[in-house]
Design a protein around this ligand. Structure first.
Ligand SMILES: Nc1ncnc2c1ncn2[C@@H]1O[C@H](COP(=O)(O)OP(=O)(O)OP(=O)(O)O)[C@@H](O)[C@H]1O
Length: 296
């Protein structure tokens, strides 16, 4: 396989790019394309992730049907749709988390900056450091706050000196909006934090390895409204630096945090587009029915 974009090599085993070279030096490719995205034709520019004809099977059961979607860089894209429609399945295709499910089979292509994430040469561990993931339930390691954030940079060799590591931990916690709350207790267990703080710790952990994409699977569903508001503010701040994809059951949340929305139904991507348009003028009656609460 030929990689046409220099950044593609970052996906390949043993070719993780130095952090400082990511994004800043290499602009995402601008590709003029007319692809079906649900209904209609969309011209995409400056997208980070490009999915074509993605199908996923669990054993014999098909969970996703021919999904075509472009996901923009430095922006928040929300996946919405009723329970079981395939949102999480599709999200897991982006960093190959479906590889960890023995019955799952993924067909079609997903490219990040033009590099196929399913290519044999791609090391899923390197891929997952570029494409971080935050789950529904906060899952800090049973380690200190410091070690939770320092772990990734250490194993990926991003810091060799103690002061470098401390600086990454501090800046990641600051970016995650948690520094002021934990600066004086960095060596206490991460599991001792509140649910909302734990979720921000997990986000700091993801940020610490300088990812380019952050996937969030219902990151606020276990949180109270105040903690939810903090995570939403954080997502809004982070979008200037990362490509963020969020699965949410809350249409209000999708409307608040995302610039692009994709609506899934029964394993199909029904439509996608600018969030405001999706919520004010959906093209498909199923989207209209879902966002007006007729089903879901
Ligand atoms: N590990 C698995 N093994 C078998 N089937 C699965 C597995 N994970 C998901 N599925 C099936 O795939 C379909 C899509 O599920 P998925 O979790 O992706 O939907 P979802 O839209 O994220 O749902 P929810 O909003 O309830 O989280 C469902 O029919 C589900 O039962």
């Amino acid at each position: 396989m030929t990689f046409t974009h220099p950044k593609a090599h970052a996906l390949v085993r043993g070719h993780a790019m130095p952090t400082q070279n990511r994004d800043a030096s290499v602009a995402a490719p601008v590709i003029h394309t007319a692809v079906p995205q649900g209904h209609g034709v969309v011209e995409s520019r400056d997208f980070k992730i490009r999915a074509r004809d993605v199908k996923v099977f669990y054993g014999d059961k098909q969970a996703l049907f021919d999904v075509n979607l472009d996901i923009p860089a430095k922006s928040v894209t929300a996946f919405i749709g009723p329970s079981g429609c395939g949102k999480s399945t599709f999200l897991r295709c982006i960093n190959r988390m479906n590889d960890t499910i023995p019955s799952a089979r993924v067909l079609g292509s997903i490219e990040i900056d033009g590099a196929d994430v399913n290519a044999k040469s791609v090391d899923p561990v390197v891929l997952r450091s570029r494409v971080g993931m935050v789950f529904q339930k906060p899952n800090p390691f049973p380690k200190t706050i410091f070690e939770n954030v320092a772990y990734g940079p250490k194993i990926h060799g991003l810091a060799t000196r103690k002061d470098e590591l401390e600086s990454i931990v501090e800046s990641s916690l600051k970016k995650a909006g948690l520094w002021n709350e934990v600066a004086d207790r960095l060596h206490q267990p991460g599991t001792g934090l509140s649910g909302g703080q734990q979720q921000r710790l997990v986000i700091a952990r993801a940020i610490a390895v300088s990812p380019e994409v952050i996937l969030m699977d219902e990151p606020c569903s276990a949180l109270d409204p105040i903690a939810t508001a903090k995570i939403e503010e954080l997502i809004d701040e982070l979008r200037s630096q990362f490509c963020i994809v969020i699965v949410t059951h809350s249409m209000a949340q999708a409307a608040r945090v995302s610039q692009k929305t994709a609506f899934f139904h029964l394993g199909k991507l029904v439509e996608s587009g600018p969030t405001e348009e999706m919520f004010t003028n959906p093209r498909d009656s199923r989207t209209q029915d879902y966002i007006t609460g007729r089903f879901g």
